[in-house]
Design a protein around this ligand. Structure first.
Ligand SMILES: Cc1ncc(COP(=O)(O)O)c(C=O)c1O
Length: 365
């Protein structure tokens, strides 16, 4: 050691010091996991087969993503150069914000929405401008339009949105892109598979539109961390400058072709979730529990002041759900991921019992 003073820890940037900690409730999840909107079963058998064939020597090499990017691009019908694979949509968000958001810029966000937009924005020098949805939690199109300024640099929308499950229409997305031609309109289609509507076909035609997708949800590959972002060539050129060339690992790259090939498995899973969602929503309605209509693999439910007790009661019955009471406009709400019909019967039963404990008889049927 040189010098005479004691060790001093270097201080992070002021923006980092001011960041709110984000702690997803991971750990101890050995139960029915209806808390993270994951696939509640497994990835496809073909992916598991590929996993078993990965050699030790393959892992000694740095991952090469180009050929898989070309394959995924043609699967989605986008031109080469318009697509970049990412370490989940989270990396897409991080890289997009790092590429576009500077000091004096504004990120426009309808809320409530996915927490990581604010997390990654707060590492930049930009200002976050939130636009609160009304009590119905529908996409606040008019309020968003009214909040666009000359400083708006990125508008980020999850479509379908989490935790509400609500959607923006294609016309609204085009309308927003037109009204903010100086900003990037980022449409996060993480839950596309359960909604079935996309604007990916508009990439390259609407010059400021970028779209993200993930393999974490319907495909059951959340642990592999694989997603993608598509956008006009020019934008992707800058995105490629910022993204690490190795952020998508070689295991994910090896499995992706098999995941895409086995469309039957994903289609089956989506069908199962949609049927389970309809059953579960009917059960909530029959029990008089307020819910918001959902186009995704989860449903937001209003419990009231005893939301934490219901989450704990369901956990005790082996069902994990997510308390979203702290989200803006979601006071007293929990979010329940939709799995298979059988799993959701178990979930309805657990919710029923937890509610009964609180309010006497008359819970879910
Ligand atoms: C709207 C939204 N976007 C992105 C993600 C994260 O996706 P990934 O696992 O690909 O990073 C989530 C995860 O819950 C999400 O809700």
């Amino acid at each position: 050691m040189t010098g005479t003073g004691a060790f001093v820890q270097p201080v992070p940037r002021a923006r980092v010091l001011a960041m709110k900690a984000y702690h997803p409730p991971l750990g101890n999840r050995d139960a029915l996991r209806l808390d993270f909107n994951e696939n509640t079963l497994a990835c496809s058998p073909k992916v598991r087969e590929v996993l078993g064939q990965i050699s030790a020597s393959a892992l000694t090499r740095y991952p090469e993503r180009e050929s898989v990017e070309a394959l995924v691009g043609s699967h989605l019908g986008v031109r080469p150069g318009q697509l970049v694979l990412t370490n989940g949509v989270d990396e897409a968000i991080h890289v997009l914000f790092a590429t576009y958001l500077g000091a004096n810029d504004e990120l426009l966000l309808p809320v409530p929405t996915y927490a990581m937009y604010e997390v990654y924005a707060s590492v930049t020098d930009a200002r976050v401008v939130t636009v609160q949805a009304a009590n119905d939690l529908q996409f606040p199109f008019d309020r968003l339009v009214a909040a666009i300024t000359s400083r708006t640099r990125v508008i980020a929308i999850a479509n379908p949105n989490s935790p509400s499950g609500s959607v923006a229409t294609r016309d609204q997305i085009i309308g927003l892109a037109r009204r903010a031609p100086h900003a990037v309109l980022f449409v996060d289609e993480a839950y596309y598979h359960f909604h079935g509507e996309t604007v990916i076909d508009l990439v390259g035609k609407v010059p400021n539109l970028l779209v993200a997708r993930t393999f974490s949800k319907a495909y059951g590959l959340a642990g592999m961390r694989i997603g993608l972002m598509v956008g006009p060539m020019d934008s992707m050129h800058w995105i490629r400058r910022v993204i690490s060339p190795y952020s998508v690992n070689s295991i994910a790259l090896a499995c992706l072709p098999a995941a895409l090939e086995e469309a039957g498995y994903v289609d089956w899973y989506i069908g199962e979730v949609l049927a389970a969602r309809a059953d579960f929503e009917s059960a909530l309605d029959a029990a008089g529990i307020r819910r918001w209509p959902s186009r995704a693999n989860f449903v937001l439910v209003e419990i009231g002041p005893k939301h934490a007790e219901v989450v704990a009661g369901m956990r005790a019955a082996g069902v994990l759900v997510r308390d979203r009471s702290g989200d803006p406009g979601c006071d007293g709400c929990i979010r329940i991921t939709i799995g298979t019909r059988e799993q959701m019967r178990h979930a309805a039963d657990a919710l029923n019992k937890a509610m009964e404990k609180l309010r006497g008889a008359g819970g879910l049927q």
